[in-house]
Ligand binder design. Sequence first.
Ligand SMILES: [Zn+2]
Length: 305
Amino acid sequence: MNLRVSAIWMTLVLNVVMTTGCNNQSRIQTKTTEVFNVTVSIVPQKYFVRKIGGDRVKINVMVKPGADFHNYEPKPEQLQALSDAKAYITIGIPFERAWIDKISGINTQLQIIDSARGIERLPMIDHDHHKHHHSKLKLETAIETLDPHIWLSPTLAKIQARNIYKGLSKLDPDYRAKYLENLNIFLQEIEQLSNQIKENLTQIENRKFIVFHPAWGYFANEYNLIQIPVEVGGQRPSPAELVKLIKKAKKEKIKVIFTQPESNTNSAKIIAKEIDGEVLFISPLAPNWSENLLEVSKTFSTILD
Ligand SMILES: [Zn+2]
């Protein structure tokens, strides 16, 4: 065989091998990964995963809009629906810890991607942080309760985006380059968003705000604001605690109590009435993450001054 013939022969052999290989792969892919299923816990995660995964991923959200994720229990049919998910992307909220074993038991192939990896959580802060009257047991629980609302900080969102990118690339290596491209676009978007938020908040002098449920701790840290929660240890305040908070609000000249659509707003209304102020809604769980944070910063810039 001369060189030319053997080269042609090699090409033919390679073609056959590659074609067969591809055929096998595409058969597997149409079955399981053409568009693969990924489950997330809360709505804002869907925004992140869509940004990185594009239309490669079908995203299923466990906690539906309007539901409270803090005390959430997945329904049996939701667990069943996880049987064909390729991955569960966690964010470190309490029900995941309780349910992930069960979920993995239903689908042993399920990959767990921890989008919160490398993020150090802060303790939840009460408005009366230094003067707890709780029993020792309750105090210990309070100390151990770390703030789960990490998606509300653009800086921490970048870490989550990188974790999601790594997870999806491992799961679907053929699309790694696309995911990387998407990641870089998203990181840029976050950077721009953060700059806009900073700009909106630079002029504010009174940087304290009252919010019913302290979801905005990481956001406040990042933009040099001070969050004063109405809730105490995740509970509605007692009448005495409410009185204290009203005093504080008057002293700080606070005129707005922020709350979220998922919360019972009665104590927020009581405070608002006492300080001759109003209740405003800001959502930590809005589906359009980026636009929502920008809106929140605009609201703060008009309300706090
Ligand atoms: Zn919360």
